[in-house]
Design a protein around this ligand. Structure first.
Ligand SMILES: [Zn+2]
Length: 372
């Protein structure tokens, strides 16, 4: 099955919009063109020489990565350097590269939710819900005979999606008036005459990142030369959205700390874990933050977690855990984020459904840190 790269991107950014990314981050399409046709995707945590070689070997036309390959300060594309070699290989082989990083970390149903579900947590909440998604109410006025078509455009472009329901719209009927001026080419009525028409007011909720595309599609399908519409900002995002850093949830059945260590090792397929601080006897509430989340120690403790699982723990993070009488487990940056490939797969599959191209998890995506 083949799709346009723009469709793959839309499936990801519906869940993880780019505006969720941290200011210092660099996400989105880094190599290639959004009109490119995609038949096979290779998914990886990092872009390395070996990952690109695997993409060439397996004839992938797109690499999706979590960590930005082009991050900042790229001053040369010369193939005398490894970054230049990688970009040269990508362009020579017509392979696009797309990145979703902190936007995927922070997105509701993104990487940290995936990790929380993997560990079997229940009643999952965001540890630091700092990024409410913006929602708008879009109101469109149309002649009654065009209402069904407008509702269809709303639904097909993601407006009116609430929980497990889509196509959620509301209509009310009234009378619209207008006067076509000189130069107009009216669908109904005549130039210089005030016309009254039976119209419907059709409204639906729409997330900010889908708004522009929705309005473009509505204008294409609306019968009037000038579509009348209102965009009304909503406060819903603050209440219904769970974007932000880290997750916290409870285990269905409390575990003794040693059993919890075994559980994490088994689920994340790790031979060992590092840890610091004070080990509680029983683990009920678990906080987590994929990658480098030691900064969350204080917040996890304040939210009454029994443990924080993260990666990249440094000496003084361990000291802070001890001083806070709190337990932190270091499952490694790679250990907490390698599941990003399965997470991307699930998001793209849910977005593209039967149009999904083939997706392969990169075997060459490996932990840079080795325990000898
Ligand atoms: Zn990371």
């Amino acid at each position: 099955m083949s799709v346009k790269l723009s469709d793959v991107i839309r499936s990801i950014e519906t869940v993880a919009p780019k505006n969720l990314a941290e200011d210092w981050d660099n996400v989105g399409l880094q190599v290639g063109a959004s009109k490119q046709v995609i038949e096979r995707i290779l998914i990886t945590l990092d872009v390395t020489v070996d990952v690109v070689a695997e993409a060439v070997d397996k004839k992938a036309d797109l690499i999706i990565a979590h960590h930005p390959f082009i991050f900042n300060g790229l001053k040369t594309l010369s193939a005398d350097y490894q970054k230049g070699q990688i970009i040269t290989q990508l362009i020579k082989n017509d392979i696009a590269l797309y990145v979703a990083h902190t936007n995927l970390d922070k997105a509701e149903n993104g990487l940290n939710d995936y990790l929380a579900h993997l560990l079997g947590l229940k009643s999952i909440q965001t540890l630091d819900p700092s990024d409410p998604k913006s929602y708008f109410k879009l109101v469109v006025y149309a002649p009654a005979e065009a209402t069904d078509k407008i509702i269809d455009v709303f639904g097909k472009n993601g407006a009116g999606s609430i929980g497990d329901y889509d196509y959620c719209t509301y209509r009310s009927s009234g009378i619209g008036t207008f006067r076509p001026l000189q130069g107009a080419n009216p669908f109904i009525g005549e130039v210089d005459a005030i016309t009254s028409v039976d119209e419907d007011r059709i409204e639906a909720i729409v997330p900010e990142e889908l708004l522009k595309q929705l309005i473009l599609q509505l204008k294409k399908n609306h019968p009037y030369e000038e579509m009348a519409y209102d965009i009304i900002p909503l406060e819903n995002g603050k209440f219904i959205n769970q974007n932000g850093l880290g997750k916290i949830g409870r285990l269905e059945n409390p575990l003794k700390s040693q059993d919890f260590i075994d559980h994490v090792k088994k689920i994340l397929n790790l031979p060992s874990l590092r840890g610091a601080g004070v080990i509680p006897e029983t683990i009920r509430r678990v906080a987590l933050c994929s990658g480098s989340g030691a900064d969350m120690i204080g917040l996890a403790k304040a939210k009454k977690a029994d443990v924080l699982i993260t990666g990249d723990l440094k000496h003084h993070d361990g000291q802070r855990a001890l001083e806070n009488n709190f337990w932190v487990l270091d499952a490694g940056h790679f250990g907490t984020e390698k599941c990003v490939a399965e997470c991307f797969k699930a998001i793209i599959k849910a977005g593209l459904k039967e149009n999904c191209p083939e997706m392969i998890i990169a075997e060459a995506s490996k932990d840079f840190i080795i325990n000898y």
